[in-house]
Design a protein around this ligand. Structure first.
Ligand SMILES: [Zn+2]
Length: 257
């Protein structure tokens, strides 16, 4: 038990920004305690990678591996909905829960994970030991172990004649079921599932890791007095949220789900 605990605090939470139409390494912004993802477009202009904050983002949950009982799975789904509600409050973005799914975000070179996603955002528990329930989106920590969770998004860029634009359009969170079963449910004291979900959802919105331990976007899951977004996290979510202005995304770039 003690070893597990020690290992947990060393486990990194890995961010993935999936790159759809062209490739550019994200560069970190230098704010005190939040960092955003930027990408350089085909025109050489660097833009913030973010969602259209004026859309409603649909989301579904795959909790089949989130617990051994119906009550445990219901509790996990409830934590996801609570975490998304907090994300919504901090970004000003509307989210719509459209139910449970058995879909597991997982992709290959020829079949990207976002192509058959049943919602704009899917939160799924995965098991890397089981070929039928593993995800190649779950990252590894610096020691090569599977991360407790990973969150990310896919973005596309387009130019319909008035210059290049960019928007995220699909997101995922995958949670490592085998290594997080003993996290405390909810958003209370200690190492909680709520804290992990808030962290990964921050990645979905475009937040990157920060070196500041007090923030939820710190790369290591730490015991907290209570799970929540802190001042830097909130500033970052504001910067990618509704206050940053709408992006008009053509239907053929990201069809709504
Ligand atoms: Zn992370």
């Amino acid at each position: 038990m003690r070893a597990r605990r020690r290992r947990r605090t060393a486990t990194l939470l890995v961010a993935v920004a999936a790159i759809v139409s062209w490739s550019a390494p994200p560069a970190a912004a230098t704010a005190a305690d939040y960092r955003l993802r930027y990408v350089t477009g085909p025109d050489g202009v660097t833009r913030l990678a973010r969602w259209n904050p004026c859309q409603t983002i649909s989301f579904q949950v795959n909790v089949s591996l989130a617990g051994d009982t119906r009550a445990a799975r219901r509790s996990a789904a409830s934590d996801v909905r609570t975490a998304v509600a907090r994300l919504s409050r901090r970004t000003g973005i509307s989210f719509r829960y459209t139910g449970r799914t058995t879909y597991l975000p997982n992709g290959s070179r020829y079949h990207p994970w976002w192509e058959d996603s049943p919602a704009e955002l899917v939160v799924a528990w995965v098991d890397q030991r089981d070929p039928a329930h593993r995800s190649n989106l779950l990252g590894r920590d610096s020691e090569g172990d599977w991360a407790d969770g990973t969150g990310g998004f896919a973005f596309k860029s387009w130019n319909h004649g008035s210059g290049w634009q960019l928007a995220a359009g699909r997101g995922f969170v995958v949670i490592n079921a085998a290594d997080t079963w003993d996290l405390r449910p909810g958003f209370g004291r200690g190492l909680t599932r709520g804290e992990l979900l808030l962290h990964e959802l921050g990645h979905v919105m475009g937040l990157a890791h920060v070196p500041t331990r007090s923030q939820t976007m710190y790369p290591v899951l730490l015991p907290r007095a209570a799970a929540g977004y802190h001042a830097g996290d909130r500033a970052g979510l504001l910067a990618v949220g509704r206050a940053a202005g709408c992006i008009s995304v053509p239907h053929d770039v990201w069809p709504g789900i």
